[in-house]
Write a new protein. Structure first.
Length: 233
């Protein structure tokens, strides 16, 4: 019987594989640049709607990434985390100003509409190639560990880890930041509230990981908010 010998495919010449590697690197860099441009463009939109301050969103992204690294998240998840931390409230662009800026408590109907902002954010972000997962993370950033959050009522580990992180750091930032109509809370009070709601609203592992970073960063938070650390702490 005649045996047919199959020759192994020849390795590409070195210069060709080097060119391919260079091309892949260029494509990856292009994708990253596009990603950054999209994030910047959406941040501009948030600014136009007066829903954003650069300091606030940058701080959330920094805190989120530090917590994510502490929890051992992989690189792809950390990238989604950065997007979700920066753009979690992008859906508020779809909420009428009369509700967003109402100086009094929202009535039931208004609150029901306000609670649709995670869904609106998801609707927009899921259309962007590479942002599909971050869109889901945005969709779930108001879920609670006990299942009493929205929009899906997910519980515990059903909630994406990125959403659980954004939920904690956003809540903390809202508590300690000063607004025109109220003074930000001292760190100790905000930390007490996070701990009190660990296991019901917040992921306890995220809270435990986050609080030391937050405490170390409080001086920057109050400096950015124009509030003296000594008076706030
Ligand atoms: Fe939100």
């Amino acid at each position: 019987m005649t045996q047919i010998e199959i020759a192994a495919p020849a390795a590409p010449p070195l210069h060709l594989s080097a060119l391919a590697s260079l091309r892949i690197k260029e494509l990856e860099e292009g994708t990253q640049a596009l990603r950054r441009s999209v994030i910047c463009a959406f941040n501009q939109l948030l600014d136009l709607k007066d829903l954003n301050t650069g300091v606030h969103s940058t701080r959330l992204a920094e805190w989120g990434l530090r917590v994510g690294q502490e929890l051992g998240l992989d690189e792809a998840t950390l990238q989604n985390l950065e997007v979700a931390a920066l753009l979690h409230d992008i859906g508020k662009i779809g909420i009428p100003d009369a509700i967003l800026r109402k100086p009094a408590k929202l009535d039931d109907q208004e609150y029901a509409l306000m609670k649709r902002h995670p869904e609106y954010g998801w609707l927009v972000l899921r259309l962007l190639p590479g942002f599909e997962h971050a869109a889901l993370d945005v969709l779930h950033h108001h879920e609670s560990i006990d299942g009493k959050g929205y929009p899906a009522g997910l519980q515990g580990s059903e909630i994406p880890i990125v959403s659980r992180i954004v939920c904690v750091i956003d809540a903390f930032d809202a508590m300690v930041s000063s607004r025109p109509y109220r003074q930000g809370m001292p760190f100790e009070e905000a930390a007490r509230r996070l701990i009190l709601s660990s296991g019901t609203q917040f992921d306890p592992d995220v809270v435990q990981s986050f609080l030391p970073f937050a405490q170390a960063d409080m001086e920057n938070v109050f400096a950015a908010a124009g509030t003296a650390v000594t008076s706030a702490l």
